[in-house]
Design a protein around this ligand. Sequence first.
Ligand code: SF4
Length: 262
Amino acid sequence: MCAKSTVYGPVESWRVGRSLGVDLLCDTSVCSFRCVYCQLGAINLHTGERRVYVKTGRVLADLKASRWREADVVTLSGSGEPTLAANMGEVIRSVKALTGKPTLVLTNATTLNDAPVRHDLLAADTVFCKLDAADERTFKIISRPVPGITLGGVVEGIKRFRAEYAGRLAVQVMLMPRHRGQAEAFARLLAEIRPDEVQLNAPLRPVPRVWSPKGRGNGESVPLPARHAPAMSRAEAARFETSLHELTGLKIVSVFRRAQPL
Ligand code: SF4
């Protein structure tokens, strides 16, 4: 059992307001990616295996003891990839029944070709899918997936989910210098996926050298030493955004347009 609570926050999110975090992994970091900018610092369990990592009863007890009434939304994210938790659907339904709050799942979309995962996600009000590459080489360099996961497979999974899901689906792109000149390639993929929204994000949060459970929050208190992943400049991001919008017509929100912080 986790020594710390599986529920944290609420923390302020530029995309959704006051977000209460629910962590279905919790006792270590678990993910099918090892993104170069990951604020958790290190993924200890690099896996695509889906199983129950934290029991639902424990999550609900932590939720009842939390400040959930102050939250605008309850977000499944935490110490890695939430769709790897086999009890995700049960937790989403229980959270909704208990709090009446909207639910959001942040996913790297590596599991969306699995019908049970898509079924579980149908219970969420909003799903944000990560898409940090428009070609297989960049995908391997930035996302560093477990063997067997390809960008093509991830895009196929998001498209399948899009076809089944009536909730709000956003695709989030962590813009990095490596993406210079790739707006057209992203536009082609996004035009196929047709999300409700595209979110351009920047790797603003510090990356600890080792796994830090504090990284699951807003990154304000991660332990040193930490580094920062490289980000695009505001001007580069603005050009990327303009191209993407002109090529797709999709709604785009960008952290680069905010006055603070960048
Ligand atoms: S940023 Fe998210 S998807 Fe990437 S390694 Fe960290 S937990 Fe996994």
